[in-house]
Design a protein around this ligand. Structure first.
Ligand code: ATR
Length: 480
């Protein structure tokens, strides 16, 4: 079930919040502690105002809520509100007095016993869940995940505590996979909010329509992307929309990773079928692969890993994603020489791809030794970025591969003084923003432009084929 946590201060607004999200949710949590004082007693009638089951929660400050009531007042309010037709009531695990509990039981309202930890995952998380379960109907733990080790701990909850009715949530960015794959944790629901009020929270709409989190079952194949950072990525759109279009029972999840070895342990534990790899792991993954393609071997980096016959196989689709948008120009012989700006992780595949097509390449970089390394592997020239103007009018293609110009630094270019003549093809691999300063400069001179979103989509399409064995559905536009 997908549960919307209501964040409104009035019941009218809470009702509207539900209406806006109605098609994405199965139930909602009324956070009475967020309501304005004069609204609190009226909340007893709220279940009559809406058509979804409700969880009644009056959260204390120490559990991340806003309630400033004394414990006595809080209990009185809960007792009063329990005359309303709520489906669940949340009672913190350490509450010993049984009056709220008794009333809930008498009214047929199910009891969620909760534990929150905003700083870490306690050592005894499994026994905590078990003892919460013994105190109520449903155990709920919401804990802050600080590492990928914590992610693994939470995903093992189901193995340790099978059959126990529970709600398990990992907070923070590391926790995102636990919110999406909540069914794999044996969690009866996942919480969504209308706007991301805390890191790691997802909208009900994304959970329902982008991830289809509630459709995950035993046969769902799990795919994902690893990176650090990773939450800005558009790859879940490409893959999840593709899977849905061809009715492929699979889900693609972003994983924030701080330890690649642990991620591989997780991938085996969860039987992942494949994953995309982004910064900074494209080289680190190589040590864990049992099989790599010729491109990965030559380029020296891998952006796609698939499970093949009990082994992890590494593929590189970046080079293809880069080439595909300029394929026509390459075929017609328009591109014979290129300037590649930048010598970071991304330029390995790009320089290799261009050299593989017989293009003469000069790499320009701030740090000369980085450019030299790539130039040596690919037998091409390199120079300092400060000498960019020496190449004005001398190349057919200029590729921007640095991180300069990336959102929110849209006004920056790594070569602000480079003058385009207008006959060059300009290609920026940054996709946020779509129109970078580099491309604007080129556009003003009338150059043909290629955008980072084209490369992203084309590398993703080939990756999709490696994952699913099917062509990417031509009618899908992930709207990058
Ligand atoms: P990676 O892609 O391996 O993670 P990165 O640190 O993101 O590497 O850098 C990618 C590219 O952007 C590199 O070519 C880097 O230049 P250096 O090799 O000299 O570090 C380039 N880059 C980053 N910031 C830059 C800046 N302010 N000016 C010019 N180039 C820059």
């Amino acid at each position: 079930m997908i549960c919307l946590t209501l964040s409104s201060t009035t019941l009218r607004d809470a009702e509207e919040e539900i209406k806006r999200n109605r098609e994405y949710i199965d139930l909602a949590e009324l956070r009475v502690d967020l309501l304005a004082r004069e609204e609190i007693r009226k909340a007893r009638e709220f279940p009559k105002m809406v058509d979804v089951p409700l969880i009644l929660t009056l959260r204390r400050k120490e559990d991340g809520g806003r309630s400033t009531f004394s414990e006595k007042e809080r209990r009185e309010i809960l007792l009063y509100l329990l005359d309303g037709d709520f489906s669940y009531v949340d009672i913190e695990g350490d509450i010993k007095r049984g009056d709220v509990e008794q009333k809930a039981r008498a009214r047929g309202i199910r009891i969620i016993r909760s534990y929150h930890n905003f700083s870490s995952v306690p050592e005894d998380i499994y026994s905590k869940i078990y003892s919460l379960h013994q105190k109520g109907d449903i155990a709920k733990v919401a804990v802050k995940l600080n590492s990928f080790q914590d992610v693994l701990t939470l995903f093992k909850v189901e193995e340790e505590l099978k059959g126990i009715e529970k709600i398990v949530i990992g907070m923070g960015e590391f926790g995102v996979p636990t919110r999406i794959l909540y069914k794999k944790l044996g969690s009866m629901l996942t919480f969504a909010s209308e706007s991301e009020v805390a890191p790691g929270q997802l909208s009900a709409r994304d959970l329902k329509t982008l991830y289809r989190a509630d459709m995950v079952d035993d046969r769902t194949s799990i795919y994902g992307i690893i990176g650090n950072p990773v939450m800005h990525t558009s790859s879940p759109k490409i893959h999840n929309l593709g899977f849905q279009a061809i009715r492929f029972n699979a889900i693609y999840v972003p994983f924030l990773v701080d330890n690649i070895r642990l991620f591989f342990a997780f991938a085996e534990y969860m039987h992942l079928k494949g994953f995309s790899v982004t910064v900074p792991f494209k080289v680190d993954v190589l040590s864990y692969l049992g099989n790599i393609t010729r491109e990965v071997k030559q380029i020296g980096s891998c952006n796609t890993v698939v499970r093949v016959r009990g082994m992890w196989k590494g593929i590189n689709t970046d080079y293809y994603g880069f080439i595909k948008p300029i394929e026509k120009e390459l075929e017609s012989g328009k591109i014979k020489s290129a300037l590649v700006i930048g010598a970071g992780g991304a330029s390995y595949a790009i320089v290799w791809a261009l050299r593989n097509r017989g293009v003469k390449v000069v790499i320009l970089n701030r740090t000369l030794s980085h450019a030299e390394r790539i130039a040596k592997i690919n037998i091409c020239q390199y120079d300092s970025i400060d000498n960019a103007s020496n190449y004005e009018g001398k190349v057919d293609l200029v590729v921007q591969t640095t991180s300069v110009g990336l959102y929110p630094h849209e006004d920056e270019s790594p070569v602000p003084n480079f003058h385009f003549t207008g006959k060059e093809i300009a290609y920026d691999i940054i996709y946020k923003p779509r129109m970078t300063r580099f491309l604007k400069d080129a556009s003003e001179k009338g150059c043909i432009l290629h955008f980072g979103s084209e490369m992203l989509l084309d590398q993703g399409k080939l990756q999709f084929e490696a994952f699913s064995g099917y062509y990417y559905p031509s009618w899908v536009d992930p709207g990058l």
